[in-house]
Design a protein around this ligand. Structure first.
Ligand SMILES: [Ca+2]
Length: 204
């Protein structure tokens, strides 16, 4: 049987397997995407590094300490959801779309049960497409501390969190962590995922 080229192509294309999707942990039903964020374009399980899927923490409440996810953060400017690069906390993470540098921010405000010292950790996924000079400001009881972090570097705590420092906070909602985008590379994305406050006995 002689088959035309177009018919052969149809057969080949039909036999072509779809890209494999991996199984990712399901976030709890009570967790809803941030209403101000742009929707994710990636279907569940379409990830760039499947080996990092086991480090996803789908339920923020399963983590120790006080955790504020991007779902509860205050967004300034346009931020877009993604789940393409694991790991992450909750539903995923948001990024600045490599646009509007210096005009966007994400602020995470905890409700701390007690005054005292807290180790502050920031969750972000990492790869070469990330900003290397992301400014992160910790607003604590003794003022503001701004650090610049390299979001291309692996996060040392379970490939998910990096420590920003240990700071004194008042009880309640007077402290926060803010991620800004000023001074980051125009062709790299800034990532915002979650922030964790862990009580510590004293200043280190
Ligand atoms: Ca998150």
């Amino acid at each position: 049987m002689i088959m035309s080229l177009s018919a052969l192509c149809l057969v080949c294309c039909a036999a072509e397997p779809a890209p494999a999707l991996v199984t990712v942990p399901q976030a709890p039903a009570w967790l809803k995407p941030h209403p101000a964020a742009v929707a994710n374009i990636h279907p569940p399980g379409e990830v760039d590094v499947p080996a990092l899927v086991p480090f996803i923490v789908a339920d923020p409440k399963s983590l120790p300490g006080i955790v504020v996810d991007e779902t509860e953060a205050v967004l300034v400017g346009s931020w877009q959801y993604s789940t393409h690069t694991p790991p992450y906390v909750g539903l995923g993470y948001i990024h600045d779309q490599k646009a509007g540098k210096g005009t966007k921010s994400v602020t995470f405000t905890p409700d701390l049960p007690r005054a005292g010292w807290y180790e502050v950790r920031l969750a972000h996924c990492y790869n070469v497409r990330r900003a290397t000079t992301t400014p992160v400001t910790i607003h604590h009881a003794d003022g503001d501390t701004t650090v610049r972090i390299n979001q291309q570097e692996p996060s040392p705590h379970d490939k998910l969190f990096r420590t920003l420092g240990t700071f004194r906070f008042e009880a309640g909602k007077s402290g926060y962590v803010r991620i800004d985008t000023d001074g980051t590379e125009p062709n790299k994305v800034v990532i915002a995922d979650a922030v964790q406050w862990l009580e510590r006995p004293a200043k280190p």
